[in-house]
Design a protein around this ligand. Structure first.
Ligand SMILES: Cc1ncc(COP(=O)(O)O)c(C=O)c1O
Length: 387
């Protein structure tokens, strides 16, 4: 009694987890609730990690990742975005989530606010709240052509207490992508106001109209207050490995080193051998995976666009569809019953922020066969559904 901080006790549990629990262990449900592919990590990545494990690379290691992994990350940034990063601006983290938590620990304290572009993956906002910040949500505007950022609304939400602006591009759950012009305006605003930009680029490879997503690093100066969170989870089917990375301004290096030391004391060295393999030999896998996601997106969009009672908001990146169902206001109940009565696992919009309550998200990084069956089930379920 009384030993848990009130801020932690009152944190909201994720409604996604709630629905996930309802369907866990049910083979009759097609799972599309979580943001991950239905294929395991490719063998060449696993082989590199298990060889390193067998070779005895099981000791304490570098806080910011092995020099070899940092070099592989630097080479990857050069290849993807033509950016030359010095070694001191890159750190391995134990997942993208862990990178976000450490940026929160570095930048906010009670009394501060964070302005977040939503709908958003909820864990990011909770990381800010755990560290004492108040989160102000600025919702993307849904329209027939997709989601749109209202930059003036972002600016209006910022005041003297604002320390961080958070955005994810491609976004989860919307699949929205920031344009270079919008990013330039946001960065100019952040620079002028001394606000950090936390750019979440974990879906940078899950794009359909270009080889790689836009990165804030393409426009940021080395000393700009820009923190880029990234992850091995999505592009290389490594969600369970919990490996990610962070790029930060050079002056943040001492803070990053201390936070890693006191949070995790660095990552497992043998897993890092797998990460190097992903970066150096992963392009064929990524290309095939994106092609599979594109096929999934086409199946899902074609069905949702014509499904009675459904309004689909088109996405441009990532592997999610977001849609509304006419006459459905309680999407938590809708998603629960979709599991138990419809055999389909989806995530309720309530999980993603205020204003997203009426939406439902599904992940289409799945086989064509499962998605086709899931869309048949969804159409039947929606047809008969009454609140
Ligand atoms: C927008 C966004 N950021 C960050 C993450 C964290 O990824 P991970 O912790 O698996 O690296 C996720 C995971 O779903 C995400 O959707």
């Amino acid at each position: 009694m009384g030993v848990i901080r009130q801020r932690i006790e009152t944190l909201e549990d994720s409604p996604i987890v709630d629905v996930f629990r309802a369907g866990l262990g049910r083979p009759d449900v097609i799972p599309m609730w979580a943001g991950e592919p239905d294929v395991p990590t490719p063998a060449f990545i696993c082989d590199a990690a298990s060889a390193a494990l067998r070779a005895g690379r099981t000791f304490y290691s570098y806080n910011r990742g092995t020099p070899a992994l940092r070099q592989a990350l630097i080479a990857y940034h050069r290849r993807m975005w033509d950016i030359d990063l010095p070694d001191e601006r890159v750190a391995l983290t134990l997942s993208g989530m862990n990178a976000v938590m450490q940026v929160a620990q570095m930048t906010v304290q009670p009394g501060d606010s964070v302005v977040a572009v939503t709908p958003s993956w909820p864990n990011i906002l909770r990381a800010m709240e755990i560290n004492g910040a108040q989160v102000r949500e600025v919702m993307l505007v849904p329209g027939n052509a997709g989601w749109r950022l209202d930059l003036d609304a972002v600016y209006a939400a910022c005041d003297a207490t604002t320390r961080v602006i958070y955005l994810a591009s491609p976004g989860n759950p919307t699949g929205w992508m920031v344009t270079r012009a919008e990013a330039e305006q946001l960065l100019a605003f952040a620079r002028a106001r001394g606000i950090a930009i936390l750019s979440d680029e974990v879906y940078h490879r899950i794009v359909y109209d270009r080889p790689v997503g836009f990165s804030f690093l393409e426009i940021a100066r080395p000393d700009d207050p820009v923190f880029v969170v990234n992850s091995f989870s999505k592009a290389w089917a490594m969600t369970g490995w919990r490996m990610g990375w962070l790029v930060y301004p050079a002056y943040a290096l001492p803070a990053v080193e201390k936070l890693i030391q006191f949070n995790t004391s660095g990552g497992l060295e043998f897993l890092q051998a797998g990460c190097i393999a992903a970066l150096e030999h992963g392009e064929d896998f990524v290309a095939a995976f994106v092609a599979r996601c594109r096929a999934g997106r086409d199946i899902v969009n074609a069905r949702l666009d014509t499904m009675p009672r459904v309004r689909n908001v088109p996405s441009t990146g990532a592997f999610y569809a977001m849609f509304e169902v006419e006459g459905v206001s309680d999407t938590v109940a809708f998603c629960h019953r979709a599991v138990t009565e419809g055999g389909i696992g989806m995530a309720p919009g309530t999980a993603f922020g205020h204003g997203a309550e009426r939406f439902v998200r599904l992940c289409f990084a799945k086989s064509a066969e499962n998605l086709t069956e899931a869309m048949d089930r969804l159409e039947r379920f929606v047809r008969d559904y009454r609140e």
